[in-house]
Unconditional design. Structure first.
Length: 174
């Protein structure tokens, strides 16, 4: 099974309840189980998306927003989600999160990115486009532009819904 990036939209109260559960449980169980409708599997698209945007010359502000959207911010303490045997993201870096304010800002900036225009800079032939992107894009079956557009649109819509609902985002690799 491949390791993929996961994102969950959660209210601050839910995260606080998980932290409290982990603190009072004899084995550190945070009872982490966000609703499936509020979880997004980004596959392994983040690095490929970032690389394609870099290659196309996306400006620094929007590139940083894309990075923050897929890397989170380690400032929010999520150590309680990394406790064995209940750790999420045991196959990657520790989970990270973004506050509701950060989610709103990232959502706004993601909404400003014209990904079809970014992808239009890539070569039209699929294998050439994958070669220019690098970072495993050659493993994408079919058109890498369609793969990237599908995952970017999912990411943007996920952030927009989180922003509208004033939710935090938790990110991890699993």
């Amino acid at each position: 099974m491949a390791v993929t990036q996961q994102l969950a939209r959660v209210p601050a109260e839910y995260l606080a309840a998980c932290r409290q559960s982990a603190g009072t449980s004899t084995d550190g169980d945070p009872c982490w189980d966000p609703p499936s409708a509020d979880v997004l599997d980004l596959d392994w698209a983040p690095a490929v998306l970032e690389r394609a945007c870099e290659q196309a010359g996306l400006d620094g502000v929007h590139l940083d927003a894309l990075r923050q959207a897929t890397e989170g911010d380690p400032v929010i303490d999520l150590g309680f989600l990394s406790t064995h045997p209940h750790a999420i993201g045991a196959f990657g870096p520790p989970p990270t999160a973004l506050s509701a304010a950060q989610v709103a800002r990232v959502s706004e900036l993601l909404g400003q990115i014209d990904l079809p225009a970014v992808l239009a800079v890539l070569p039209t032939e699929d294998t050439e486009a994958a070669s220019v992107i690098g970072h495993g894009a050659d493993k994408i079956v079919g058109d890498p532009r369609k793969y990237l557009l599908r995952h970017f649109n999912a990411l943007r819509e996920f952030y927009l819904a989180a922003s509208r609902r004033h939710l935090l985002l938790v990110l991890w690799w699993d």
